[in-house]
Each structure stands twice: as structure tokens, then as C-alpha cells.
Design a protein around this ligand. Structure first.
Ligand code: CUA
Length: 333
């Protein structure tokens, strides 16, 4: 009895630490709520079992240790039917509980209603592109989502395996290239955002030099605001302060590949943007024209030491390109 009391007390203490310390990022989707439920049911069971086993072991080692003058053998103990039934039956119940809770969460997270917003997600080294077929194939390098509306992300990759992850949403899904090899054209994941905010979109599959910087933003917005943005064909892409050029730089993930002091960017995949005037001279072009061309037709001139065909097509409007050029040439900080 005392053994069990020690075990339960230890279990309760560990459980309090587990539950009252915020270990996980904030919850921002319905799917994440279900995933967290599975996580905590499983973790709770593990803590419960571990605490009993550890508590009993520690207590037994202390209570029944051999005294210095004790040279006698221990009592010959063999089997205990009651205990054996208990330690078989209890785990069966616990494991079955985990299986049922997981299956229900998985099934619910994988089903989506007919009004689901479809978004095509293209991954490439080292950027994300989000396309909205329901809004004239509007494309954006930032994932804008209406709050409380189910969304289905259809993922593809242009080069290697990438993986889409927003910790606050819980869902994670690989994007695969070469459908003729992998026999998978599109992978998909569903989510229903529940809180308006900015969340990091993270590539969670090692995909090359710029992997750690392959980031974007998921912006959850009120439904009306989302409609306005989507029908207005993007327009202001960024937000978050600063000039249009600065926010375009941020939201398009330019810093994933480039170094640029004004943006505190330190990428090394592409040319150093603090040296643009030097590059322009080497290319024999006026600075503005050189920077514009480098964004819209990156392969026209490739700075020696860097690879061609690496810079993605960002689908920017001419105003957006102009804003970026202004920002990059230091005329509109
Ligand atoms: Cu893309 Cu890691």
C-alpha cells in the first residue's frame, strides 16, 4: 500500500510539472487541439506508469536494502498471479485507449467539408509559393488564411523534398518532387485556423544550404479582411511596419538566401545584396536597371561564384519590383 502511495505521489508531482509548464507553442488550429489531446493523453499515461515504476523501485531499493551485517539469502519468491494479471490488463486498457483517441483524431484531422478553401503550395529551394485557385490563381509568398475556415493545402515541390510545418497549427506534410518517380503528384494536409495572428511557416525537411532559412509567414485574418485581400489581388503584400520594399523583402523570404544588412539578413545561398553597386559595375549596368533585371530575370547576369537557376520566380507585380529595387538600392528604407 505504501509503495503505491509513493508511486502515486511521485506521479502527481511529475504530472503537475508536465501540465503547468507551457512546453508547446500556442494552439492556433482545430487540428492542433486534437493533436494536443492525443499528445497529452499519451504523455499522461507514460508519466503515470513511469512514476509508479520509478517510485516503487526507489522505495524498494531504500526499504529492502541489505544491511552491512546481513549475509543471508533473500526469501525465495516465485510468481504472483494477481500482480501478473494486473500488469497485463492495465497496459492493454491504456494502449487501447491511446489507439482509439489517436484514430479518432487522425480521422477528424483528415476529413474536410465541401466549403474547404483549396490552396496550392509550391516548395522550392528555398522559398514557398501559395496559390489560390478560387481567387483567379492569385499567388503569394505569404500564406494568408481566413479564420475558422477549413483549408486544404495541396503540396508539390520543384526540386527536392521539403516539408510544410507551422508549429501552432500542428499539421506537418512533405512536398515531393518528381511525381514520375515518386508516383505522388500532390500531398495534402488540412487545417482550420482558430486565432488571428502571424505564424512562422517552417521547412522541416533538410533540403540544402538554405534549409534553415526556408521560412515564410502564415497570416490568419478575419474572413472579411481575407476576402478584401484576395479580391484585391494582393496589393500590399507585406505589413508589419517599414516600407513596402522592406516588407516585400521579408514576406518573400529574400533573407533566406541573401545577406542584406538593412534587413538583418544573413543568407549565403545567393549574392550579397550589400554589394549590389559593385555587382552592377561588374555587369556593366546602371544600378537600378541591374537590380530590376536581377529580380525579374535572375539568369540574365549571374554573379561569378554563384549558381544559375537558383533564384525562384516570385510573381511580383511591376510596382512590387519597383518597391523592392528602391529598398535594395537604399532609396526607400
Ligand atoms: Cu526546404 Cu528544408
Amino acid at each position: 500500500m505504501r509503495l503505491i502511495a509513493v508511486g502515486l505521489a511521485a506521479g502527481a508531482a511529475v504530472l503537475l510539472v508536465a501540465l503547468f509548464v507551457p512546453w508547446l507553442p500556442p494552439v492556433a488550429s482545430k487540428e492542433r487541439e486534437r493533436i494536443d489531446l492525443v499528445f497529452w493523453v499519451t504523455t499522461g499515461i507514460c508519466i503515470f506508469v513511469f512514476a509508479i515504476v520509478a517510485g516503487v523501485s526507489i522505495y524498494a531499493v531504500w526499504k529492502f536494502r541489505a544491511r552491512p551485517d546481513d549475509e543471508s539469502d533473500g526469501p525465495p519468491i516465485h510468481g504472483h498471479t494477481g500482480l501478473e494479471i494486473a500488469w497485463t490488463a492495465v497496459p492493454v486498457v491504456l494502449v487501447t485507449t491511446i489507439a482509439i483517441v489517436s484514430a479518432v483524431a487522425l480521422a477528424k484531422n483528415g476529413s474536410y467539408p465541401s466549403n474547404t478553401l483549396q490552396i496550392n503550395v509550391t516548395a522550392q529551394q528555398f522559398a514557398w509559393t501559395f496559390q489560390y485557385p478560387a481567387y483567379h490563381n492569385l499567388t503569394s509568398s505569404v500564406l494568408r488564411l481566413p479564420i475558422d475556415r477549413p483549408v486544404r493545402l495541396n503540396l508539390t515541390s520543384k526540386d527536392v523534398i521539403h516539408s510544410f510545418w507551422v508549429p501552432e497549427f500542428g499539421q506537418k506534410q512533405d512536398a515531393l518532387p518528381y511525381p514520375e518517380v515518386t508516383h505522388v503528384k500532390v500531398t495534402a494536409t488540412e487545417l482550420t485556423p482558430t486565432k488571428s495572428d502571424w505564424y512562422p511557416v517552417i521547412c522541416t525537411e533538410l533540403c540544402g544550404l538554405g534549409h534553415a532559412y526556408m521560412r515564410s509567414w502564415a497570416i490568419v485574418m478575419p474572413q472579411a479582411g481575407f476576402e478584401r485581400w484576395a479580391r484585391g489581388q494582393g496589393g500590399q503584400q507585406g505589413g508589419g511596419g517599414g516600407s513596402a520594399g522592406a516588407s516585400l523583402f521579408k514576406t518573400n523570404g529574400c533573407g533566406s538566401c541573401h545577406t542584406f544588412k538593412a534587413a538583418s539578413a544573413t543568407g549565403t545561398v545567393g549574392p550579397d545584396l550589400d554589394k549590389l553597386s559593385q555587382y552592377a559595375k561588374q555587369a556593366g549596368k546602371p544600378l537600378d536597371a541591374f537590380v530590376t533585371q536581377s529580380i525579374t530575370d535572375p539568369n540574365a547576369y549571374v554573379q561569378p561564384g554563384y549558381k544559375p537557376n537558383v533564384m525562384p520566380d516570385f510573381n511580383l507585380s511591376s510596382q512590387q519590383v519597383a518597391a523592392l529595387v528602391q529598398y535594395l538600392t537604399g532609396k526607400g528604407s
